[in-house]
Ligand binder design. Structure first.
Ligand SMILES: [Zn+2]
Length: 564
């Protein structure tokens, strides 16, 4: 064992992660950041600093931030089992009503004194779609379904169709605009194909299709996937997506892996092995750009090539700061690769979740609240650190909560953190008939299962299915069956089948308990080209060395007295 004193403030590794606490804190952030003086739109950008803290409006506050915040607030409410964000969610639904066009169903940015040009941004449509999907699913509200149908018709109507694919050769659609005939240059598509061309739209579209079976969604999914995979020239033969300096968003990790997560969900529905294998190839390459604990770069840069456009020469090999959005995309992809036969990816998703824990803004004692400045139309100073508690920062370094001392952060990442928590929490257990699969070990209480995971305080996993059936507990890659003691009720026998510990014939409410030695180990890895050493128990990370300006143990260790 390693001396625990080197990690936490109180000389230990802190307490086990409780997703309900993280989710409740996230909802606090989502509701606090809305601006009641401007249609309850969130402030997209924020700077949290020891010198000053403020947040400001931007063009991304419209469909992108509102759609994501609504989605994440609802999902976090599901984790808690109580929808504590409802009031703010109603304001966000009203903002979406305001943004949706009566004539074409698309969601528009409104021109205003911030200098935002009016139009339907292509990235925004994706984020709104996610918000509408959660609104529809968890509030059982037909209004959300009607709004999605109208939006989808609008998106189909403005798509440009060629051969076997459709695409969007513009960043922002404006009614009456002239769509260019020439949609490719010698270097590729005329706008970044996953950011704006239709790539990121695939994920919500696949979820929508999975739920409704709508033939329009199916047609669009097939044609957008054809565009991204076979025509867009975003991904190279080996799965890589290095920037070529063609657009400001070239190499942008989130839009690439967001699109891949969507294609994977579509491929999963259709059980198209070629596409699943293609996603696995891109995912493997993406893994090599980041860490095993969920840190992924905001972008990949030039790979020794000259930039196509001189303006983008600044891009380095791999950007040294993260985006929490990327962590959530990678968790999404890992989960669906695991569901399609690559069970090791469950461990990936579990390990990636460390960056969700690390990136959540919980300690704000170091940040300064500005009290001598008035809010303006575009900027707020009021209680910004306190309002930011629960948000998820982006732009961390692999060993540093900050970006070399700077915490400048974005609403996209704040929302992606909540969505990521739900992905892990929701998929940690799955029922197939009367068989409960435990895929990821964590603390979870839902209507059909109760699971308690004691690391780091103790090496215990207790699972209580709340329906009668068999239980299949996946043994994670860091633990062998010999290292686990299993206690089942009524003397029921436990057996090992293909990396699963199986107990059959449980009654509802009976508990299976596993115990093991929670060994802390240090492991070296290279992240974005630099060496780091991480302190682990199983898939849970507690520190990364060498320490950055704001060391990772402070972000990873949850102190028992920490008020969440
Ligand atoms: Zn982000």
């Amino acid at each position: 064992m390693v001396e625990h004193g080197k990690l936490g403030k109180t000389g230990n590794l802190g307490k086990a992660v409780d997703y309900r606490e993280l989710a409740a804190l996230a909802i606090n952030h989502y509701e606090q950041m809305l601006d009641p003086d401007y249609h309850y739109l969130p402030y997209f950008f924020a700077k949290i600093g020891s010198d000053e803290s403020f947040a400001w409006h931007s063009e991304w506050d419209f469909g992108d931030a509102v759609g994501r915040f609504l989605d994440a607030s609802i999902l976090c409410g599901e984790i808690i089992g109580k929808r504590i964000g409802r009031e703010a969610e109603e304001h966000m639904k009203e903002a979406l009503r305001w943004m949706q066009s009566d004539s074409d169903g698309l969601f528009y940015r409104m021109s205003n004194e911030w200098g935002v040009p009016a139009g339907a941004n292509m990235f925004d449509q994706r984020s709104v779609f996610l918000g509408l999907l959660s609104w529809h699913k968890f509030d059982q509200d037909v209004e959300a379904l009607v709004r999605m149908e109208r939006m989808l018709k609008g998106m189909r109507a403005i798509a440009v169709e060629r051969d076997d694919y459709i695409c969007y050769p513009f960043e922002t659609y404006v009614p009456g605009m002239k769509v260019p005939e020439q949609i490719y240059t010698e270097h590729g598509f005329i706008v970044e194909p996953t950011h704006y061309g239709g790539g990121v739209f695939i994920l919500p579209l696949a979820i929508y299709y999975e739920r409704t079976g709508d033939p329009l969604a199916e047609e669009m999914l097939e044609k957008l996937t054809n565009f991204v995979v076979y025509h867009s020239k975003v991904f190279a033969e080996d799965g890589s997506f290095w920037s070529q300096g063609r657009y400001p968003d070239d190499g942008h990790f989130h839009s690439k892996m967001g699109a891949v997560a969507g294609i994977l969900r579509y491929a999963n529905l259709k059980q198209e092995r070629t596409l699943i294998d293609w996603c696995q190839k891109v995912y493997n390459w993406a893994c090599s750009m980041g860490s095993t604990y969920g840190w992924f770069p905001e972008g990949t840069g030039l790979n020794g090539e000259e930039p196509v456009d001189e303006k983008y020469r600044w891009l380095p090999g791999v950007i040294q700061h993260s985006e929490t959005c990327c962590t959530t995309d990678m968790i999404h992809a890992a989960i669906y690769l695991a569901k399609n036969g690559n069970a090791a990816c469950w461990d990936d998703a579990d390990r990636f979740a460390n960056t969700l824990v690390a990136s959540q803004v919980r300690d704000i004692s170091w940040a300064k609240t500005v009290t001598d400045k008035e809010d303006t139309k575009t900027r707020t100073y009021r209680d910004v650190p306190e309002r930011y508690r629960g948000g998820f920062t982006g732009r961390m370094n692999p060993n540093d909560f900050s970006n070399a001392g700077k915490v400048d952060t974005m609403a996209c990442c704040c929302a992606a953190g909540g969505r990521g928590l739900h992905l892990v929490w929701d998929n940690a257990t799955t029922w197939e008939g009367d068989r409960l699969y435990v895929n990821i070990w964590l603390n979870k209480t839902s209507e059909d299962v109760r699971m308690e995971y004691g690391v780091p305080e103790e090496g215990v996993l207790c699972v209580t299915p709340l329906r009668a059936g068999d239980i299949w507990i996946r043994l994670p890659g860091w633990l062998t069956a010999d290292e686990v003691k299993c206690r089942a009720p009524r003397g029921l026998a436990a057996s090992v089948k293909e990396n699963y510990l199986v107990v059959q014939g449980l009654s509802a409410g009976e508990t299976v308990a596993l115990t093991f030695a929670p060994k802390l180990v240090w492991r070296n890895e290279s992240v974005a080209g630099k060496p780091y050493e991480g302190a682990w128990i199983g898939n849970r990370l507690f520190d990364v060395k060498p320490h950055g300006v704001m060391p990772m143990y402070k972000a990873l260790v949850i102190e028992p007295e920490e008020e969440l």
